[in-house]
Structures are given as C-alpha cells and as structure tokens.
Design a protein around this ligand. Sequence first.
Ligand SMILES: Cc1ncc(COP(=O)(O)O)c(C=O)c1O
Length: 391
Amino acid sequence: MPKLATALERLGTETAFEVLARAKALEATGKRVIHLEIGEPDFDTAPHIVEAAAKALRDGQTHYCPAPGIPALREAAANHLTAHRGIDVHPDSIVVTPGAKPFLFFGILATCNPGDEVIYPNPGFPIYESAIKWAGATPVPLPLTEETDFAFTAEDLKSRMSSKTKMVILNSPANPTGGYISKQLNAEVAAVLADHDCWILSDEVYSEMLWGGAEHDTIAGHQGLQDRTILLDGFSKTFAMTGWRLGYASLPEPLREPITRLIINSVSCTAPATQLAGVAALAGPRTEIDAMMAEFDRRRVAVVEGLNSLPGVTCRDPKGAFYAFPNVKGTGQDSRVVADRLLQEAGVAVLSGTAFGDYGDGYLRLSYANSMENIQEAIEAMRGLLEAMTA
Ligand SMILES: Cc1ncc(COP(=O)(O)O)c(C=O)c1O
C-alpha cells in the first residue's frame, strides 16, 4: 500500500464530528442519546430564505459564478457589516466562500510561512490550531481563563507577541466558552497590536448571539486595524444555515487577490443559488431569527441553572454563542472521562474541553441548540451519573 503524505500528521480535526459519529453508532444499537455535542442551531432555515434559493435554481442559477462571490451578496454583506459593526466596508473587500471556515485556512495559508508564529485562543475552535500547523507556522496559545469570564487580558496577549508574530486570531463571541471580547478589551488589544506589524483574523460568526445586554464589538473598528484584519462572518449560526455552506469576509486589499486565487484553486466559487439565499437572509424579515435568539437565551438560563445544581460542577454565565462551558474539576475525574461516561452511561453527548486545546482541560462543552425538554432530560441524566461519580 503506498504511504500517505507526512504533512497529514500536522492536520487536526473537529472532535464534535467524531463524537457525533460515536453517538449515532450508539443510537443505532437502540440507545437513546441526547445531542449536546454539535454546534448547530436546531432550527430550520426561515422559509423566505429557502424560497429564494429554490427560485434561483428554477431561474437557472445553476452555473459557475464569479470566484469572490456574486455582486448582490458582496454588496449586501458590505452593507450589513457597515451597519452592524460601525465601520465602513466596501463591497470590493467582501469575498464569499462555502461556509466561513475556508477563511481560517485561506487566511493563514495566504499570510504565514514556516517559522512564523500565530497567536490563537485556547480553548478555541480546533481548526485554528490545525490550520496554523498545516501552514507550517507555530501555534502560540492565548489561554482563555475562567477567572476572566473566558476572555484574556491585554497583558496576556502582549506577553505572547514577538518579532515572529505574523497573525493574531480573535474569536468573539467564542466557541467553546461562550466568552466575548468587550469594547474596552478590544481597545486595549488594539493598543498592543498597534505596535506590531501582524495580520489579525477576527472570527465573528457568533456576532449576533450575545446575551444579557453584552454588545458585539469588532477589533477592526479600532486604531485603523481594519487595514490588516480579516473580518469573517457567516450564515450558519445567525440564520440557521449550517448545511448550506455560506460565509464571507471583509479582507484587507493585499489579501483579496491571493485568497480569491486560493478559492479558484480549491472550490472555484460558492453556489450562486446559495448566495442568493444569503441575500434574502440579510435583507429579509428577522421574525424567525429573533424568535430563535429568544429561545436560545431561555435555554441558556435553564442550562446554566441546571449545570450549577449538579454535584462537582460549576458553570459561569456564557455571554455569547450557544455553548455552556462548565467546570467539572469537582468531579475528581478527567474531563475526557466525564464526557465519555456521560455518553456511554447517561446517553448525553457532550465534548470534553480538551477537544478545544490543552487549556480546556477540566471543562465540558455543551451546545444548548436542543429543545428545552431534551436539555432538562439531559441535566437529570447527568445528575444520576455525577451523583454516582462524586459519592
Ligand atoms: C468559531 C467558529 N468559527 C467558524 C466556524 C465555521 O462556521 P461555518 O459553518 O460558517 O463554516 C464555526 C463553526 O462551528 C465556529 O464555531
């Protein structure tokens, strides 16, 4: 058998998909499993968005289209960012891809050489570390700590910056912790970044999921940093469109052509009917989305209260996204063991915080993108096992 590429050893994965597969295998044996592992809204895409895509297909939007995206979506996305982020975004800066995820790879591949350092949040979305390593660059974790409500301090960042720092990745609101970066912290971060000639990748896919009065702020709005920030957003989370694969970024001028070239080399373009669905999403009514957000907020309160009532578990109030990140150190067990036993013995699929990096040790990630009934049932199933574990 011929050998595989050694470079594959540098490529990580997303444990959520592995746990989902294990949970499905368990379900196939007849066991009931409650899914709190996968990060996708359990709501269907709003009908007007579906109809826009269906109409586009009927109208013959079945061909290749411009690699950086169709003009209508680039314009709608620019208008959206301008209105929502309070920065001036031109349609020429917008590039569209199948999901926001490709920008993590393309952004890093287009900017980083072997030997360059990339600072990234840890615990954080696992693809950051994977993409950094794939590019041959060196990942430098920026710990997100419970003490700072799963943010960090400007000092933490500063101490990790060096002459080799080529990029800083920020994610707010954050997966997996539900933490966020306040305007005040962004101002302090911007002051640190102002002294360093590096790129910034600001992953803002949960920008519209903030709770308890927290407000979204983008690093691109500080100290002229828009000129070197890849600001990415998408439709998966806000519009419950994970399976459609649609995302976009506002790119600094020097990155537009190289990233478009990476698109041409890999996926050619994003399906035009999907892009027209995106236009409908950005321009259309917000009724379904507002209802979804209100429901997430209701579940967030229930999940945090439920988790804090469990033995050996404490959980901070997540300020954003749809994840809770409870501390399970009080169980006296490794969080990987807790996650595994919850799946096998209690039928509750969750992820160990270590799926998001070493600094996630001692935590679990629960996605509350599931019905209130299932969340309540999961909490009770967890209680049974955790009482036995901590007895
Ligand atoms: C922090 C973060 N960034 C990016 C993505 C990718 O989203 P998309 O479905 O738009 O590719 C996800 C999806 O889980 C995420 O959690």
